[in-house]
Write a protein that binds this ligand. Structure first.
Ligand code: SF4
Length: 333
């Protein structure tokens, strides 16, 4: 009962905003955690909880096929604290697809939520992609978040099938290519596994957008974390790299350790030095390298390999104080 109250309260705080069937107490199959709330804003979709999408998917149809994250262990992560992992019942997706077929005829991209919707079994993906073809034939591209575990669970043939059926890209929170950092942050999997499975995904034709997290190696492992992450990115050769800078979140193991003074994050110049080390060790055959997220002290929006030298020069300028860094108060998530 306490759990129910807590989740209900979170919704009243605005974490759950978008849902249509506000009077249905059995909203999610297999989950008794979700109570419906009659005072919620509706956007016509059966969205439950805190909905997160990559910035580039701002104009996509957001279809929520799963809830939360099946891994849910990363020490720095505060996403999806409001829900337990579940695969949503198809009837809600059918309603969402019907809604989109009527009202989203000018949107030709779909982002499938939540955290790692890629983990859905093949039968569910097959059903969903077929439904999209049938009901929204104008959609050109389907994307979702993935993690290492969810890629690992798919065979080469399954990856190729997903690509052929329209799953054109996945966003992966790679975070670090450093073995100890991955272990300490409970990211799951070794750098070798990460490289191997991301290379498999790349061979299938699915585009890979990676997110890496500066500061995760603390002060001690800062440069090693950057170096090994750059090497992993080089081996994987993704279409895009997006660097974020760590901001410890309350009520996470990392945030608590930071509060106790046990987790030490590099300062602004330390983060820039780490970013420089990352850039130095990242070779992409052709791809975007960005640090435009609000958490970063310096914005970079570059194409590699052609812009790499200029990026390194800018970082040197920032390190010597000739380029102003974003003040702490302007950083955000
Ligand atoms: S895999 Fe992603 S969403 Fe899941 S806990 Fe880790 S960082 Fe959070």
């Amino acid at each position: 009962m306490n759990q129910l109250k807590k989740i209900s309260a979170l919704r009243f705080d605005g974490l759950v905003k978008n849902q249509k069937h506000a009077d249905n107490p059995n909203y999610i199959t297999g989950s008794k955690l979700f109570i419906m709330n009659h005072n919620l804003v509706t956007n016509g979709f059966n969205h439950v909880g805190n909905c997160i999408r990559p910035p580039s998917e701002f104009n996509s149809i957001l279809l929520q096929a799963t809830l939360g994250c099946s891994h849910s262990k990363c020490t720095f992560c505060g996403a999806y604290k409001d829900k337990k992992f579940a695969i949503k019942d198809r009837k809600y997706l059918e309603q969402d697809l019907d809604f989109a077929s009527r009202y989203c005829r000018h949107q030709d991209r779909i982002f499938v939520m939540d955290g790692d919707a890629f983990v859905m079994p093949m039968k569910d993906w097959q059903w969903l992609l077929e439904q999209i073809h049938e009901k929204l034939p104008w959609v050109k591209r389907v994307t979702c978040y993935a993690n290492l575990k969810s890629i690992k669970l798919k065979t080469d043939e399954e990856l190729a099938y997903l690509h052929q059926m329209g799953l054109k890209a996945v966003f992966l929170g790679l975070e670090s290519g450093h073995s100890q950092v991955r272990k300490d942050t409970k990211k799951g999997g070794t750098p070798e596994e990460l490289i191997y499975h991301c290379q498999r995904l790349r061979r299938s034709g699915i585009r890979l957008v990676t997110i890496v997290l500066l500061g995760l190696g603390q002060i001690d492992l800062s440069l090693e974390h950057a170096r090994d992450t750059g090497k992993a990115l080089t081996a994987i050769d993704p279409e895009a790299v997006s660097a974020l800078s760590l901001i410890p979140l309350p009520d996470t193991p990392l945030g608590d350790a930071f509060e106790r003074g046990e987790f030490k994050i590099p300062d602004a110049l330390g983060m820039i030095a780490e970013l420089k080390e990352l850039v130095k060790h990242t070779e992409l055959s052709r791809g975007a390298f960005r640090s435009v997220h609000a958490s970063n002290y310096l914005s970079i929006d570059a194409r590699f390999p052609q812009d790499k030298t200029a990026v390194l020069q800018s970082l040197d300028q920032a390190l010597s104080g000739n380029i102003k860094l974003k003040p702490e108060w302007m950083r955000g998530l």
